[in-house]
Design a protein around this ligand. Structure first.
Ligand code: F0G
Length: 422
């Protein structure tokens, strides 16, 4: 069942994304009492490494908590999830947090966490027999949707802000066979247009306004806590753009707590880029309504001025006694350089989590002795331009503090000797 977060109106699932009475966002409502009889830590642990479809997936392992309605024949899975946790001395030293782990969602099949929501989203499109799916995107959603739609034999149309998405992501959307519409406007304009067009043209909308996307993204938290032996960290720190993940994390934690699968609720820290910070401003100003901003940041994935899920995300922050932080492009690129040089690697937006954790430690909000899990949302190969231009010192307004420049040498042994010893 779907329930409106504003007026409480209830609906059976279908191809709509807002309350038919008041236009509020919709939640998938789990049957917590029924689920208490069905799920347990042991059940989810018994499915780890399973070869039985679809349980090998890090989403569908938690199937009862993700999409209990969908039958096996409609599940489209690559399979996703099962992403690793990393810790590294460099990241600890940089952030000042001894026990900091990075969960690398860039290890998903299309290179970002989006696959977690896209698998149940496309499965639902199949269940509803939709012929075409659509999304607006800063890049990763479009790459993921294009891949899953082609896998399912469904047509896909993506709306992207022209000239504003990273090349790796654009190349994926084209290669996987989506119809790519480059909008002369930013992401927020594309988001408005895709909602209007989906309604008019009967396309199934797969942005995180679609509640099944949120259901899938809950599995980041389920899997993280399972990997930690069901001992939640003190903090989960996540980059924040359209606020789908922040919303999903709060819902995941609430459900785990209500089901008795965790005793303690970690605090969520949502981290925005300074130039695209409407949620941070709202939280800081203790305002009731989000005021949009004109977004500007090097982290193109989170260059969003009017995030659609702000109400759900605020509910998540309040439920988890969380915080919202902002970080500059310089802080993002410095943190990225550290994550990259640790051999882990990520795209710029992902590094907002580590940059945010460091800032919260410096501000005394996070204690250096607490356990902190930072979500790394996208793969390093998504945005090679940002990485190379950082190391070459070609990013406007960014000091390449940790740059590692290539050297050009003559093709002889003596030059190699000099370069290596130098
Ligand atoms: N990190 C990356 C790598 C992303 O691609 C996104 C969102 C976010 C963080 C922010 O997550 O929206 O849940 O708060 N990318 C979307 C896209 C908007 O179209 O690919 P959020």
């Amino acid at each position: 069942m779907l329930r409106c977060i504003d007026c409480g109106g209830e609906f059976q699932p279908g191809a709509f994304y807002r309350c038919e009475k008041c236009s509020g966002l919709l939640d998938v409502v789990p049957d917590i009492e029924g689920l208490k009889e069905k799920v347990s830590r042991e059940l989810f642990d018994s499915r780890l490494g399973s070869r039985e479809f679809p349980y090998g997936s890090g989403i569908w392992r938690f199937r009862e908590l993700i999409h209990p309605l969908v039958e096996d024949k409609n599940i489209v899975s690559r399979p996703e999830g099962n992403t690793n946790l990393y810790s590294h001395g460099k990241v600890s030293e940089y952030s000042g947090i001894k026990d900091i782990v990075l969960k690398h969602e860039g290890e998903n099949p299309s290179g970002s966490f989006k696959d977690r929501g896209m698998s149940p989203g496309i499965s639902e499109a199949k269940r509803l027999d939709m012929g075409t799916v659509a999304c607006a995107s800063t890049g990763n959603t479009s790459a993921s949707m294009a891949a899953y739609a082609s896998l399912a034999g469904i047509k896909s149309v993506v709306f992207i802000p022209e000239g504003m998405i990273a090349f790796g992501k654009l190349s994926q959307a084209l290669a996987y066979g989506a119809k790519v519409l480059q909008i002369k406007g930013n992401f927020d304009r594309a988001m408005g247009l895709v909602q209007e067009s989906s309604k008019e043209l009967g396309m199934y909308l797969l942005n995180s306004i679609n509640p099944w996307r949120i259901e899938g993204q809950k599995s980041i938290v389920f899997e993280l806590i399972q990997q930690l032996g069901w001992n939640p960290p003190d903090w989960i720190v996540v980059p924040a753009g359209n606020l789908g993940n922040s919303s999903a994390f709060g819902k995941a934690l609430r459900e785990l707590k209500e089901l008795g699968l965790i005793d303690k609720v970690p605090r969520i820290a949502s981290v925005q880029a300074e130039g695209a910070n409407p949620f941070y401003r709202m939280w800081k100003g203790e305002e009731d309504v989000l005021e949009s901003v004109k977004p500007e940041t090097i982290a193109s994935a989170i260059k969003i001025g009017n995030p659609i899920s702000w109400k759900k995300a605020m509910r998540a922050i309040k439920f988890s006694n969380g915080v919202v932080e902002e970080v500059s492009d310089q802080e993002i690129m410095d943190a990225k350089a550290i994550i990259d040089a640790s051999g882990i690697g990520c795209e710029p937006a992902s590094a907002a989590s580590v940059a945010g954790a460091k800032k919260l430690l410096d501000a005394g909000v996070i204690d250096g002795k607490e356990k902190v899990a930072c979500i790394i949302t996208g793969n390093i190969l998504k945005d090679p331009d940002a990485t190379i231009n950082y190391h070459l010192g070609k990013l406007e307004g960014i000091q390449p503090k940790f740059s590692n420049k290539p050297v050009v040498i003559d093709a002889d042994l003596e030059s190699v000797r000099k370069a290596v010893s130098g």
